[in-house]
Design a binder for this molecule. Structure first.
Ligand SMILES: Nc1ncnc2c1ncn2[C@@H]1O[C@H](COP(=O)(O)OP(=O)(O)OP(=O)(O)O)[C@@H](O)[C@H]1O
Ligand SMILES: [Mg+2]
Length: 257
């Protein structure tokens, strides 16, 4: 990115942050420093088992598809600075965590991009699991108990990628995710760094209202459809529940061996 573009984006981001702060009249919460975030390296066995693109697992076709997807997403989102992207599907098990994790890594490999991957699947958290990282605390600890975010963020040993785990499962997750605190958090995640994309690994639309609640707070939604797994009528039902204006696109997920 050119220096001028970078400066303009930074100025825009700072201006927005000031506006947001006055709107919510709360002190900024997202005070993490990239250099202070805890590093917990991923497990080689886990990334191979879960097909997560790393030096230990590579699949050229998958890598190329993900790069193509990254290019398309960048083209579609840069114009309006849409950097908060939620990934969902119709039913559980369609490959959301697999795709969003590999996509986040693919974005982090881009020179200009840093990435935050947030697990918002509060009753079936998986993002740390695919990396083989044990972390019990996360987003719910921030939302419920005000645990400072820097204590919850993890760097999994992949350059420019940071994770915010889900934390302990909670009842009434929709109410928690609908809170002003969550809304402010998402805005601050976005405003703190102009070069950062934030991906959210969310539950399936037909299995949890949490996803619909969260789509209000993010810029865009990516919809995963597992090939040959879900009925067209179910896909239509799920799509009907989503805000069409936020739909960035649909990804057909075919299992690789
Ligand atoms: N394209 C793919 N190739 C190979 N394995 C895949 C692919 N997509 C998903 N999988 C595997 O399928 C299983 C389910 O995928 P995943 O956990 O990503 O689904 P999910 O949509 O996140 O499920 P949930 O709704 O329960 O969170 C995992 O074991 C994952 O590794
Ligand atoms: Mg998942």
């Amino acid at each position: 990115m050119s220096k001028i573009k970078e400066a303009l984006l930074r100025a825009k981001s700072e201006r927005k942050q000031t506006d947001d702060m006055s709107l919510f009249k709360r002190p900024p919460v997202f005070q993490e420093s990239r250099h202070q975030t805890k590093v917990v390296d991923y497990s080689e066995v886990a990334v191979v088992r879960n097909k997560i693109i790393t030096p230990y697992f590579d699949n050229p076709e998958l890598t190329n598809q993900l790069k193509l997807l990254r290019t398309k997403i960048l083209q579609e989102t840069q114009k309006f600075d849409d950097r908060t992207i939620l990934v969902t599907s119709t039913l559980p098990g369609e490959g959301k965590t697999f795709l969003v994790t590999n996509l986040a890594i693919t974005f982090a490999r881009e020179v200009d991009q840093t990435v935050l991957l947030v697990d918002v699947h509060l009753y079936h958290a998986c993002v740390t699991q695919v990396f083989g990282i044990e972390q019990e605390r996360g987003l719910t600890d921030y939302l419920l108990h005000d645990v400072p975010l820097p204590e919850l963020l993890i760097r999994p040993g992949i350059e420019k990628l940071t994770l915010l785990p889900a934390g302990a499962p909670v009842e009434h997750s929709a109410e928690l995710l609908r809170s002003q605190k969550m809304r402010q958090l998402i805005q601050e995640m976005k405003n703190r760094y102009a070069d950062r994309y934030i991906f959210f690994d969310a539950p399936a639309v037909l299995s949890s209202v949490d996803t619909i609640v969260l789509t209000e707070y993010v810029d865009k939604v990516l919809f995963v459809v597992a090939s040959g797994y879900v009925k067209p009528s179910q896909v239509s039902e799920a799509l009907n529940r989503l805000d069409k204006n936020k739909l960035l696109g649909t990804i057909i997920n075919k299992k690789i061996s």
